[in-house]
Design a protein around this ligand. Structure first.
Ligand SMILES: C[S@@+](CC[C@H](N)C(=O)[O-])C[C@H]1O[C@@H](n2cnc3c(N)ncnc32)[C@H](O)[C@@H]1O
Length: 443
């Protein structure tokens, strides 16, 4: 590659950003919305609607932002990565102390926060300032903090639970990754109880068994974390044409936890009914979550729970839809195939399995397409990485590797998995988000 053919990344990014900002601004004007401003302490209405063109523009701007950091200050960027353990610690500390709820809609100084949280004033202030640097909370005077749109997200119990899960189990496990990649009894196996997690927690149980048998408190927190709202709920709900399903269509949410993935769907699409299946210990948590967060779905009698181990024959046969979100990514191919075979065995010719997962896309750009081909709508324009720099998908991939020795999959991985279970991939439902819905039918 000739160095002088590489192009001007800075200029190309400026072009992308300019066009994209115009699209976002036009949308804000159309909806009579205020401008985006990180000092705002209100959720911006833009977050709760989904328009593919605007979403693409926002994605271009934010991917360009990350690339600009790497381009403009390489040393700062690698330090961002090396020291980001402190970022998660700062988030964990403020979530444990529940500062976002404590502040609510007032500014408080560090002494007042210390009195209410029991954490020494200077120390809590330094954790909060670390977050202010990342635009979470605002320091409005020396050591005086208030919420902004981002910190308000941590008023949610499930989001704080997810921070806890990442900062504790996931981080402890990930610290043992090098060991797991090298230890002779761990390195070449896909066994679910031979993950970095097992070294960190000195256990032969997989993480779900460990939660159930040894640390039900962590299991409770995990269930709460999984119940959280997605990254962008409007985008998630737009991923599949739910409204086109006939009335009373039964959705069986396999490994559905407390229904965090499907209750938002049946709440919006009243043509659907829901059966959440999970391990028996999640039954009470499901009913409590339904009552608290989805009272109208409860009243309509459209949601219920069934204890069902997905490694055993499924007792709900011939359902029109079996839905699995973030379930297969927890299991290596052998277990994932077994799980899908158990569903294939009870499906009718009209049943479908909808697998909702992040999809792994390559970071290299293929030059094989002829010049006159329409650009693929989900591939990022140059100079961005073609997969937009899908860091969250890779982070999740390494998270499940460290916790349970499994992986996020590519489109071909899903096709191979489906074929092994006697299924075929009928369609990949996508939008500009990181997640896809892989629709499988009997072969
Ligand atoms: C990552 S969570 C996903 C939960 C839910 N699908 C969602 O997206 O919110 C994985 C779920 O699989 C469940 N699970 C693990 N082993 C299971 C088994 N053998 N049978 C049924 N569910 C299981 C866990 O209890 C947990 O709720």
């Amino acid at each position: 590659m000739k160095e002088n053919n590489l192009g001007d990344s800075l200029e190309s990014l400026r072009g992308l950003i300019n066009i994209s900002i115009d699209i976002v601004k036009e949308d804000l004007i159309t909806h009579h919305d205020s401008p985006l401003n990180l000092a705002s302490s209100r959720r911006h209405p833009l977050r709760d609607r989904y328009d593919e063109k605007v979403a693409q523009a926002l994605k271009r701007i934010s991917s360009a932002g990350v690339m600009l950091r790497a381009l403009c200050d390489p040393e700062a960027w690698i330090h961002d990565i090396m020291f980001n353990f402190s970022d998660l610690t700062a988030l964990f500390v403020t979530c444990q102390a529940d500062v976002a709820n404590l502040l609510n809609n007032q500014a408080l100084d560090a002494t007042a926060i210390a009195e209410k949280t029991g954490i020494e004033a200077d120390k809590i202030s330094r954790h909060l300032r670390a977050l202010c640097n990342m635009h979470i909370f605002r320091e409005v005077a020396p050591n005086v903090y208030e919420n902004n749109e981002l910190s308000l997200l941590f008023q949610s119990e499930s989001r704080r639970a997810l921070v806890g899960l990442c900062a504790e189990e996931s981080r402890l496990a990930s610290c043992q990754m090098w060991e797991a990649l090298n230890r002779p009894d761990f390195r070449d196996t896909e066994a679910v109880n031979k993950a970095a997690f097992n070294i960190a927690y000195e256990t032969d149980l997989n993480i779900f068994q460990y939660w159930e048998q040894v640390r039900p408190d962590l299991g409770k927190r995990g269930a709460c974390a999984f119940a959280g709202k997605g990254l962008n709920e409007a985008q998630y709900l737009a991923l599949y044409p739910w409204a086109e399903e006939p009335d009373h269509t039964l959705v069986v949410d396999v490994g559905g936890g407390v229904g965090g993935a499907t209750l938002p769907i049946v709440s919006k699409f009243q043509n659907l009914t829901l059966l959440v299946q999970d391990l028996p210990e999640n039954k009470e948590k499901f009913w409590a979550f339904l009552k608290k967060d989805y009272p109208r779905v409860l009243e309509s009698n459209r949601a219920s729970f069934q204890a069902q181990n997905f490694f055993e024959v499924n007792t709900t046969k011939n359902a029109p839809i079996y839905f699995l979100r973030h379930v297969l990514h927890d299991w290596p191919d052998a277990e994932a195939t077994k799980l899908l075979k158990n569903l294939a065995a009870v499906m009718s010719a009209r049943s479908k399995i909808l697998i909702c997962e992040h999809i792994v896309l390559p970071t290299y750009r293929s030059n094989s397409a002829p010049d006159d081909t329409e650009p693929e709508p989900f591939i990022a324009p140059e100079p961005l990485l073609p997969n937009w720099g899908a860091s969250f998908t890779s982070r999740l991939d390494l998270h499940v590797l460290s916790c349970i020795n499994s992986k996020q999959r590519t489109e071909d991985d899903f096709k191979n998995l489906a074929a092994r279970a006697g299924l075929t991939v009928a369609f990949m439902w996508r939008n500009v988000g990181d997640e896809v819905i892989v629709e499988c039918r009997l072969h």
